[in-house]
Design a protein around this ligand. Structure first.
Ligand code: NAD
Ligand code: DAU
Length: 352
């Protein structure tokens, strides 16, 4: 059994919790250290099933705190880092960009510095894996796909901060030889998704008979991937990807927002035993997001050819599973939608 010590940042968030769970269960010989600040988006309830696993440790901390990171790196002999910690919601980046610059840009540089310092004696067998987004490529027209060669063209403070962190990760590879790897993924969906994002927000609003806000005319297109498929891709890339490379990850699954919401409404009517059309009546077109990217679509051919990865689920199946999870985990939803969420929701949607 191989042994490694891996630092996963942002492991209490949506995608991070799926990655932590996969690594803790699949690699009993590894020590998995989850470093998370537990912002509004981080929740230890996401990891309750593995919290007592002997190969798992949780550490609360901020990636922007270099003194804290120094101590952490002297306590654990990390072989690798999978960096997911970030501010991740585009709408919040429009109302409060500084948090995004602090965590996504400066926090990433603090981590890069610490890895470089801790590993300087020997980079062999080490890896700094940075998790990024397709939003760095900007917006597509009606045709074409983002490839690893697409030009960076971010439009929101969130995507600009992620683009900036990608450039810095590449710079540390090219300048210092740090063994880095980047993947850029499309929109994820599934369990433990915070209900500020479209799919879980719509599920929650439909269940509670609240308006379902669709920005603009609902024609914007996203490429949706089941979160567990993203976690599998991260596992493959962490172990088999090439240093210095970028890999795109996507679902080959484009949906206009309005079509996705209509499908979700149908599923919800059936699950809740309501007459067909009840949920669709809640759809409300609201003021568009500023700088709203029209279309994202990923070409993940490189990852498929080099490492044989494929999405495992059809979207309808994944969406049904997701709805079932939310309807079966009302305690979790109630927990994350109390307090700060109510204030956020009011600020965000009252004016639209
Ligand atoms: P999330 O918002 O659900 O979770 C982010 C986590 O990071 C939270 O647990 C939060 O507490 C933690 N965090 C935030 N600031 C921190 C700090 N300063 N120090 C330590 N921890 C901190 O995000 P997510 O949707 O799971 O996204 C994870 C990563 O994947 C992000 O880097 C995001 O850019 C990227 N990504 C997300 C998607 C998506 O569809 N959600 C798609 C592609 C890429
Ligand atoms: O593409 C990857 C990105 O996907 C990740 O990097 C981000 O972290 C993640 O949040 C996600 O960004 P989006 O902005 O695409 O996701 P969001 O769920 O916020 O919105 C999806 C689409 O739905 C988008 O076109 C905006 C629209 N929308 C969103 C909300 C919250 C609505 O129409 N109404 C809403 O209430």
């Amino acid at each position: 059994m191989s042994t490694r010590t891996i630092l996963i940042t942002g492991g209490a968030g949506f995608i991070g919790s799926h990655v932590v769970r996969l690594f803790v269960n699949k690699y009993p010989g590894y020590t998995i250290v989850n470093l998370d600040k537990l912002t509004y988006a981080g929740n230890l309830a996401n990891l309750i099933d593995i919290e007592h696993a002997p190969n798992y440790r949780f550490v609360k901390g901020d990636i922007c705190d270099s003194g804290f990171l120094k101590n952490l790196f002297s306590e654990f002999p990390f072989d690798g880092i999978i960096h997911l910690a970030a501010e991740s919601h585009v709408d919040r980046s429009i109302s409060n960009p500084m948090e995004f610059i602090m965590t996504n840009v400066l926090g990433t540089v603090h981590l890069l510095n610490e890895a470089r310092h801790a590993w300087k004696a020997d980079f062999s067998g080490k890896r700094f894996y940075h998790i990024s987004t397709d939003e760095v490529y900007g917006s597509l027209g009606t045709e074409g796909y983002f490839t690893e060669e697409s030009r960076y063209d971010p439009h929101s403070p969130y995507s600009a901060s992620k683009a900036s962190s990608d450039h810095l990760v590449r710079a540390y590879h090219d300048t210092y030889g740090l063994p880095t790897l980047i993947s850029n993924c499309s929109n994820n969906y599934g369990s433990y998704h915070f209900p500020e994002k479209l799919i879980p927000l719509a599920i929650n609003n439909i269940r509670t008979n609240k308006p379902v806000p669709v920005y603009g005319n609902g024609e914007n297109i996203r490429d949706w991937l089941f979160v567990e498929d993203h976690a599998r891709a991260i596992d493959l890339l962490y172990h088999k990807g090439k240093n210095g490379e970028t890999y795109n990850i996507g679902g080959h699954n484009e949906w206009k927002n309005i079509d996705l919401i209509r499908l979700l409404c149908k599923i919800m009517d059936r699950k809740l035993g309501r007459p067909d059309g009840t949920s669709a009546a809640l759809i409300t077109f609201v003021k568009d997001r500023a700088g709203h990217d029209l279309r994202y679509a990923i070409d993940s051919g490189k990852l498929q050819k080099e490492l044989g990865w494929q999405p495992s689920l059809q979207f309808e199946e994944g969406l049904e599973k997701t709805v079932d999870w939310y309807l079966g985990h009302q305690d979790w939803v109630d927990g994350v939608t109390s307090g700060e969420y109510q204030y956020y929701y009011q600020q965000q949607y009252e004016q639209r």
